[in-house]
Design a protein around this ligand. Structure first.
Ligand code: FAD
Ligand code: N01
Length: 549
């Protein structure tokens, strides 16, 4: 493909990519494959994204590693051997580093650089990105591979600056090991991060106070080492396995359910749930019946099953009661744990209910709750992220006529396919709002988006144009479609980060596309088959639409 460097455009590169996680790295690889000049700008000191930042004890994936990995290069698939069913953070980070080395990606990455603004110039058909280092880069195309869970929610408790111990955020964990031995530790938050970290911190610390606001559903990981035979069998037909993931709803290689909850006897239901629990993993229960996410009564049967399990595992009844969630299961991200509920049987762990004893302030020696002071040496905030839109909101993005993305998204994000926003030509998002993203195995969604964008740029080149923009009409239709799909499920009923409900002041819009990876892929393919229907190709005010000399 012809690089724009050859056509005297003022761009420094053809494609600038923000972010060097799974998405940005694969994007860079594909851009090179097209013969384009591409560069990644990355805040972190190295590659890895999520797996660079989230180094807390217990961090590991909740999609099986064989599936939570790249599929674009057969040799890469065969030369990397996952050691566990769900690999831990250091192994995933090594894998990403290995991929970066294998394809020599680091030479086109600028690390330690935060992009602060991205401004479009319609005259020159170029984005100019500026960075906190003062550097600027011009590019014809800009790909935001900034991550759905990359902006850690800041603890805003009064008094934190006076705390004399150490405090940590799971999403910004230090690189050097943190030694909790002999320490009294408070962990705030019981989402996926807290639920993974708490058992490990409890093994190391003198005492752990878990400060819980909302209990969560968690499935046992049933993690174990992968035997060489098991691994070889799984990857021997990897292409087929991957295809099944791509066609599935959640991006995993399991057969979809065929029966609804009340089609079977109570005994058969219990049996199926028990089987799922023993198999473990994020879809242990949700894959059992077709109406799990849509029927309140069906969902309640699964909730009851988990609440019974919690009571079986946790010996203190009051603690077990507090740990029992009451929202619709699955409507907040289901957690996956190793020994989480059993941790509350330890003598050195106490569960504190923030609903009855809210945090009033942080003091020099710990946390002042309503009616009680908790003395600690360390606080771990496992309080989550400004999800899906947070990283984009942190950048001053301006499109045609200087229109600001902040304003366009003031009442919630608006996109076409989660790939582009009208008024922001040549700006692509990987796993943006309005796509399956966080409701799927992210590797399936990332590869699909990167492939779609790559094919799109190839098509533009073949058509002699270098500008593409979502139309308002198509975007409106897509957003209505995304909202209508979500409204047919139980998802919008939960106060979840899927809705932006965890960030004060954030508009509440259910952001992901719920109809699954397979259906979404078909929608994207149809848009291409219809000649990029819903996108305007070429410059609207130029004859023929093209910008090339
Ligand atoms: P990221 O990995 O988030 O990378 C984005 C990068 O962009 C970051 O390195 C960030 O520093 C950089 N960046 C952002 N803004 C800027 C800026 N302004 N300037 C410069 N750089 C910037 N998903 C699953 O499917 N399965 C799992 O098992 C799973 N486990 C997870 C476990 C944890 C602890 C967390 C937090 C998330 C998990 N996820 C999981 C979701 C995970 O985020 C994705 O799977 C995937 O890693 C995202 O890759 P990415 O490249 O899109 O984004
Ligand atoms: O964040 P969360 P997370 N005071 O937002 C509480 C992925 N991930 O980092 O529910 C007190 O889920 C908050 O309480 P409430 C995965 O997609 C995957 O755990 O708002 N408490 C909640 O309990 C996941 O969903 C893995 O009432 C406060 C918790 O903090 C996503 O990342 C591992 C509070 C935040 O939970 C985010 O997970 C880790 C406050 N001010 C992450 N603010 C895997 O297992 C928030 N909370 C693969």
């Amino acid at each position: 493909m012809r690089s724009h460097a050859d056509s005297n455009t003022p761009s420094d590169v053809d494609v600038v990519i923000v972010g060097a996680g799974f998405a940005g790295l694969y994007m860079l690889h594909r851009m090179r494959g097209l013969g384009l000049r591409a560069r990644i700008l990355e805040r972190a000191g190295d590659v890895g994204g999520t797996w660079y930042w989230n180094r807390y004890p217990g961090a590991r994936c909740d999609i099986e590693s064989i599936d939570y990995s790249y599929s674009f290069d057969e040799q890469l698939t065969h030369e990397w051997r996952w050691t566990e069913r769900y690999a831990a953070q250091p192994e995933i980070l090594s894998y990403i580093g290995h991929a970066a080395d294998r394809f020599d990606l680091r030479r086109d990455i600028t690390f330690g650089t935060t992009v602060t603004s991205a401004h479009w110039d319609d005259e020159t058909t170029a984005w100019t990105l500026t960075c906190d280092t003062g550097a600027a880069l011009r590019a014809t195309y800009c790909v935001m591979a900034t991550g759905c869970l990359s902006v850690a929610k800041q603890p805003d408790m009064p008094g934190l600056s006076d705390f004399t111990g150490r405090w940590f955020h799971t999403g910004r964990w230090p690189h050097e090991p943190v030694d909790f031995s002999g320490q009294r530790v408070a962990v705030v938050g019981t989402g996926s991060s807290g639920i993974q970290a708490i058992p490990r911190i409890a093994e190391a610390a003198d005492f752990v106070h878990v400060l819980q606001r909302t209990p969560n559903y968690s499935m046992p990981a049933q993690n174990r080492p992968l035997t060489p035979d098991e691994f070889d069998t799984a990857i021997s037909d990897f292409a087929v396995r991957r295809r099944i993931c791509q066609e599935s709803d959640a991006g995993v290689p399991h057969p979809p359910p065929t029966q609804s909850t009340f089609e079977v006897t109570p005994e058969a239901r219990e049996h199926r749930y028990e089987e799922g629990w023993q198999r473990g993993g994020i879809n242990a229960l949700s894959a059992a019946f077709t109406d799990f996410f849509t029927d309140e009564e069906a969902n309640r049967v699964a909730q009851d099953f988990v609440r019974r399990k919690i009571h079986e595992i946790v010996s203190d009844t009051r603690t077990a009661d507090l740990l029992c969630p009451h929202h619709h299961i699955g409507t907040k991200r289901t957690c996956v744990d190793t020994g989480y509920f059993a941790t509350y049987n330890r003598d050195n762990v106490e569960l504190i209910d923030l609903r009855t004893q809210p945090i009033e302030r942080v003091t020099p020696r710990g946390l002042q709750l309503a009616g009680r002071h908790v003395d600690v040496n360390a606080i771990v905030f496992a309080i989550g992220f400004d999800a899906i839109t947070g990283a984009l909101a942190d950048i001053d993005i301006r499109g045609v006529d200087g229109v600001e993305l902040h304003d366009v998204w003031a009442h919630g994000p608006r996109t076409l396919l989660g790939l582009q926003t009208a008024g922001f030509p040549n700006l692509f998002m990987v796993t943006g709002p309005g796509s399956p993203s966080v409701l799927s195995n992210m590797l399936i969604s990332i590869e699909q988006h990167v492939d779609w964008i790559t094919d799109c740029l190839e098509h533009l080149n073949a058509s002699g144009v270098d500008r593409i923009e979502a139309t308002e009409d198509a975007q409106d239709q897509w957003m209505d479609h995304v909202a209508a799909l979500a409204a047919d499920t139980l998802y919008p009923q939960a106060t979840s980060w899927y809705l932006g409900a965890n960030i004060p002041g954030k508009p509440r819009t259910f952001m992901p596309y719920v109809a699954g990876c397979g259906q979404y892929r078909r929608e994207c393919e149809q848009v291409v088959a219809d000649g990029y229907a819903g996108f305007r190709l070429g410059h609207p005010s130029r004859v023929g639409g093209g910008n090339r000399p």
